[in-house]
Each structure stands twice: as C-alpha cells, then as structure tokens.
Design a protein around this ligand. Structure first.
Ligand code: ZN
Length: 444
C-alpha cells in the first residue's frame, strides 16, 4: 500500500514536471499576448488619455512636448520598471503657427470666411492682408503650363480614399515651392483628407532644402468645394490671406526618448520600435501620434508582465520632429552609426489607433517573399497581412516596417483639430498594440 502511494506520488510529480516544462507554442504565446491586451491591460488607454489631456499640442520644442517626454520617462522607469532609459537632445524647428484668417471676396461685395490653418514652417504674411485673384490647380500636370504671376494658387486635388494620401500630399508639402518661381503671391491648399468637413488640416510645407517664403495655408475640404464652386460662377473673385505664422529666431531643443530591454541571447542585435513624440498645435495629437508612443511603451510593459525574455534587444525610440524635418530620427540614426549599432529592423508606428490590418515592409521583393512565408501562418489568423514596396523611402534606418491600420476614419483626424482622445476606440487601440507585440515576438 505504502509503495503504491509512493508510486502514485512519483507519477504525479513526473506528470506535473512534464506539464510545467511543456514548451509554450508560438500560437499559444500570441494568444497570451492578445488576451493580455484584451482582458488585463488597462494602462494603455489610461496613459493615452493622460497624455492627451495634460500635454496636448506637443509641437517640437514646446513645453508640452518636453513635459510629455518627462511623463513617458516616468511611466517607463517607475511603472514598467525599465532600467535602460536615456534622452538625446536635438535641434528642432521653432515655428510659431500664429493666427491665420482667409476670406473669399465675391465681386458682388459678399465676404465669406473660409476655415483655414497655417501650414508648418511657412512664414505667413506678417499680419498684413494679401489679396489676389485665384487660380485653381488639381494636378501636377497643370503646373507645367500654369500662369499664376501675382495670383493665389489654390491646390484642390481631392483624396479619393484613405489610401491616396501619398498621391495628394505633395500639394501641401511642395505646392508653395513649385509656384514660387512662377511669381505666385501665396498658396491655398485643400486639406489633405478624404472626408467632407469644416475643420482644416495642417502639415508641413516648404520641405527638404526649400527656403521659399510665400505664405501657405490649408482650408477645410468643405471650404475648398465652396471656393471651387464660386470660382466657376465668379471669375473675378479674390481671396485675402492674413497670417502671423513665423519662424522664431532662436533655435529650439527637443529630446528623443530611448528605452530598451536588453536581449538575452544577442544583446547587440536591436529590434527598434519607433514613434514620434511631436504633434501639431491644433489638437491633442491622439492618433498622431500619442497612440504610437504609448503603444511602444506598452510593448515593453507586455514583455515585463508576461515575463517574456527577448533574444534580441528590444528598443523603443520616441523621437522629435517627425512632422517637419525628421531631425529627431536623423540624430538617433547618426548616434547609432557612430556607435556601430546593428538593427534587425525598425518598426515604425504612425498610422493611428484604428483596427490593425497588417504590416508594410520597405525592402526588396526577395526579402518580402521570405518574410511572408515565415510570418503569414501567424499573422493571417489575426486578420493581419504583410505588404511591401521596394521604393527607397527617405528613411535614416535600413530595413523597416510600418504598422498599417484601417484608414476609413483616419484622415478625419490626421493633422486636424478632431485628433483627440474622444475619437480613440480603446478596443482597436489595444488590438493594435497586441498586433505589434506579437509581431515583435515573432521577429525576435
Ligand atoms: Zn504622425
């Protein structure tokens, strides 16, 4: 009897040991990650709400931006328990958006105010009225023969859907530069959004090395339709732009925030997750890009909470000045090159907090085919697909991926005054962090 009990205990022990030593499969680990974000994690939404409410309008070089960096640092150090955290100082644009007013003046004397906003880095009208006739442009083709001396050029190419941002954003980023030499007085741009609305959307203009100084403003999509219609009936109408936007003379300094969990096997191989800490001045920057910053932090928290030990180092960088010059990421890349650091890839998070639909890779077709084969069996059941293009995007780090989220609503908010916490869906936000964490786990 005694020996029988002993045998049973021994058998139980062996079984228990076998169970506890059973390797968690990749699928099970991904399940754990998704369950954690679905059922346990409350910090992601709480942190996002706090950043949005307490530090809105995080323009590079602003006090709110600086305080947000302090807050993120506090969360990482005190709540998540990350030991490796540091800052990198970087010179950023010091642009003041001022106040911008645009009116449409019909030839019968009617004056209609059009909801308008200054475009980033443009130097305004020094508070003076600029009034001129308007010439409307809808495509880049039309620029070749465009005559616009002493006119205000109105770029009115409309986004067809959430995926045509790249096709139309040049109007905002390059429009002013492209017509300055033709003698245009100023530029008005239809907000780069595929949604009808009364709030104008800003964004950088005068990009790259261009130093043109003609004033540039965006008007809401509804106002753009209104102006376009009025131009058909009233060829003589004029537009007045008055803007106090300007670049402040003194330089501004911002801080990149870097934090990491060192790898257990290959600490010198770094998986980078990047998101930008700056936002525009006209909203809380909830989707763009507090959601990305909080997501990056929550990936590290998930690693800690779920006791996952990364093989490679998992590093996050919340960098400055994505919206204007990318100076924060360039400085980060410069320091990394100087140190000879080696990155497996950079996963950029900057597509809002909508439902995650996959990951986009910027690399060769060969690389994509390989990665697709390996990743698809795990991504597909979660509704995630891998896409790619091999165009060399101007990016300071080599292989990189971006999270792709559902775009049906995104451009309602992007760079507009509605980009606030109240327009975040907590469920899709957490699902996107689960997707990022699972992706990093798979790639590790
Ligand atoms: Zn962004």
């Amino acid at each position: 009897m005694h020996s029988k009990i002993q045998r049973i205990i021994l058998l139980l022990l062996v079984t228990l040991t076998a169970v506890s030593c059973k390797k968690v499969t990749i699928e099970e680990q991904i399940d754990k990650i998704y369950n954690y974000f679905r059922n346990e994690n409350t910090s992601a939404v709480a942190t996002l709400e706090r950043v949005c409410n307490d530090y809105p309008a995080r323009m590079s070089g602003s006090q709110n931006n600086d305080e947000a960096i302090d807050y993120y640092t506090y969360i990482l150090a005190e709540e998540v328990g990350i030991k490796h955290i540091w800052h990198q100082e970087v010179e950023v644009p010091n642009w003041d958006p001022g106040v911008t007013k645009v009116t449409m003046n019909l030839s019968d004397g009617t004056v209609v105010e059009l909801p308008a906003i200054a475009l980033g880095l443009n130097t305004g009208t020094s508070g003076q009225d600029i009034t001129a006739q308007v010439v409307e442009v809808k495509s880049r083709e039309e620029l070749k023969t465009l005559r616009c001396k002493d006119k205000i050029v109105f770029f009115n190419g409309a986004m067809e859907d959430g995926f045509s941002y790249g096709k139309h954003a040049w109007q905002r980023s390059r429009g002013a530069s492209l017509v300055t030499d033709k003698g245009a007085k100023a530029v008005l741009v239809r907000s780069i959004s595929n949604h009808p609305g009364d709030t104008p959307h800003t964004g950088a203009c005068h990009d790259r090395d261009s130093t043109v100084a003609i004033p540039a403003a965006a008007i809401s999509t509804n106002a753009a339709d209104q102006l376009s219609e009025a131009l058909k009936k009233d060829k003589k109408l004029t537009v007045t732009i008055n803007s106090t936007a300007h670049n402040r003379p003194e330089p501004a300094i911002g801080r990149n925030l870097v934090a990491e969990i060192p790898g257990k096997v290959n600490p010198d191989h770094i998986i980078l997750i990047s998101a930008h800490a700056d936002s525009w001045f006209n909203s809380q920057g909830a989707h763009d890009n507090a959601s990305g910053c909080v997501a990056a932090i929550e990936v590290l928290r998930a690693y800690k909470e779920l006791r996952m030990k990364p093989r490679n180092t998992i590093r996050i960088v919340l960098y400055q000045d994505e919206e204007m010059n990318l100076s924060g990421l360039k400085e980060f890349a410069r320091i990394s090159r100087e140190k000879g650091e080696s990155f497996l890839f950079d996963l950029e998070i900057d597509s809002g907090a909508g439902k995650p639909v996959g990951f986009h890779i910027f690399d060769s077709e060969d690389y994509f085919t390989k990665m697709e084969e390996v990743l698809t069996p795990y991504l597909e059941p979660r509704g995630l697909t891998l896409t790619y293009n091999d165009s060399d995007r101007d990016w300071p780090l080599k292989t990189y991926y971006t999270l792709v989220s559902d775009r049906s609503e995104y451009f309602k908010y992007h760079h507009g005054s509605l980009d606030n916490f109240e327009n975040i869906n907590p469920e899709t936000f957490k699902e996107s962090i689960a997707a990022i964490t699972a992706f990093v786990f798979l790639m590790d």
